[in-house]
Design a protein around this ligand. Structure first.
Ligand code: HEC
Length: 106
């Protein structure tokens, strides 16, 4: 809980100062909000919830590249490209990066 508060605070400070924020994360967050949040905020169909290290732990170990390829081709109940076939590989890659950033360093 304490760690979580620190993470929130660091995020807030970085947001205010605009310092060192990876532009891919900002783009990824926008893609996430528009296309992924609907399932990944609450865990619809068992989707790993953003910010939940328990749900992401074993998935993170696969690395960004593999996670992106699963999001592109579809994986279990995860629809290919979240059912949005117009989303580019780059959009998916940025969104996955954003999702990973919500649980990394916890
Ligand atoms: C319709 C609901 C839904 C939407 C929308 C959705 N996902 Fe998922 N996602 C899932 C489910 C369910 C799983 C778990 C699949 C499993 O493990 O069987 C999942 C798993 C994943 C995983 C983990 C794959 C792995 O190898 O463990 C990634 C990465 C992912 N989604 C990325 C995304 C991205 C990026 C978007 C938006 C562009 C998105 N998802 C939108 C339902 C969704």
């Amino acid at each position: 809980m304490k760690l979580y508060a620190i993470t929130m605070l660091t995020g807030l400070v970085a947001g205010i100062t605009g310092c060192g924020k990876d532009p891919r994360l900002e783009k990824g967050e926008a893609v996430f909000v528009a296309n992924c949040k609907v399932c990944h905020a609450q865990g619809i169909n068992g989707a790993p919830i953003v910010g939940n290290i328990k749900m992401w732990g074993p998935r993170l170990e696969q690395g960004h590249e593999v996670l992106v390829s699963h999001a592109i081709t579809g994986y279990g109940l995860m629809p290919a490209r979240a059912g949005r076939l117009d989303l580019s590989d780059e959009n998916i890659s940025n969104a996955v990066l954003y999702m990973m950033s919500t649980v990394e360093n916890q």
